[in-house]
Design a protein around this ligand. Structure first.
Ligand SMILES: [Zn+2]
Length: 257
């Protein structure tokens, strides 16, 4: 049984790394409005069209020493890192939630979050396609767990509606429209408890890390919230139930004393 789990775990990693390689394509092509289905992968410098053996996740990059096969231009370490990160996230979901619909939905969610974080970090924009994709995952969640539908429907509005009010009150300066949609779609998928926790964690991470970055590297005051919200969402998906029950136990302890 342990070998079977190990075997499935390895499959999850390989599948995750392969999807990660597709995420790299999305990350580079969506902001440039390039076609990400028909155009073949090529070197950004010399235009060398990558063969299948140049496209094996992680390994190709390592084997080529992080350089283009033809012109030897350095290829960003972002490629293998995104592939490895996505692979690890898939394994983590499998370890936590087994072979389940939750695992399937969360793998999709995590991949979307990884790609939109990098794009938001660079362009200050979350492409709407990612939010539509997460919304579809949310709809699947509601259909497959319809006994708990209020949990998810409240999740759709619990964070996004207050954010929408901030968005209108500050004329889009306080929060980005993409962030509002993200928290709505994610809320439908993970439910109101986890999305509230995710938003809280995201703001906490955002304020701490962004202030540190502004101090250390003179980072501009413009803040892309996407990466921080995404990190908060991932933590909420992975440890949220535990964090919430710890908190409830703590409150009960306070009341008893
Ligand atoms: Zn090249």
């Amino acid at each position: 049984m342990i070998y079977f789990r190990l075997y499935i775990g390895i499959l999850f990693f390989l599948f995750g790394a392969t999807i990660g390689s597709f995420l790299n394509v999305l990350i580079y092509r969506i902001p440039k409005k390039e076609d990400f289905v028909k155009t073949r992968s090529h070197c950004m410098k010399c235009g060398y069209q990558l063969e299948w053996y140049d496209l094996v996740p992680i390994f190709s990059w390592l084997f080529l020493g992080g350089k283009c096969r033809k012109c030897k231009t350095k290829l960003s370490a972002q490629y293998p890192l995104i592939e490895a990160l996505n692979g690890v996230m898939y394994v983590l979901n499998f370890v936590l939630f087994g072979l389940s619909i939750t695992t399937l939905l969360y793998c999709g969610l995590f991949s979307a979050l990884i790609a939109l974080s990098v794009i938001d970090f660079r362009t200050y924009e979350i492409p709407v396609g990612f939010n539509v994709f997460i919304l579809v995952l949310g709809a699947i969640r509601v259909i497959t767990d319809y006994h708990n539908w209020p949990e998810y429907v409240i999740g759709l509005v619990s964070v996004s509606v207050p954010l929408l009010l901030i968005f209108y009150a500050t004329k889009g300066k306080g929060i980005g429209g993409g962030d509002v949609k993200l928290m709505g779609a994610v809320g439908l998928l993970i439910g109101w408890k986890l999305v509230v926790l995710a938003f809280f964690l995201g703001c906490l991470l955002g304020s701490v890390i962004h202030v540190a970055r502004m101090k250390i590297s003179g980072e501009s005051h413009v803040l892309a919230m996407g990466p921080y919200l995404s990190a908060g969402i991932m933590i909420a998906c992975i440890w949220g139930e535990k964090l919430i029950s710890l908190y409830i136990n703590y409150l009960n302890g306070l009341m008893a004393s």
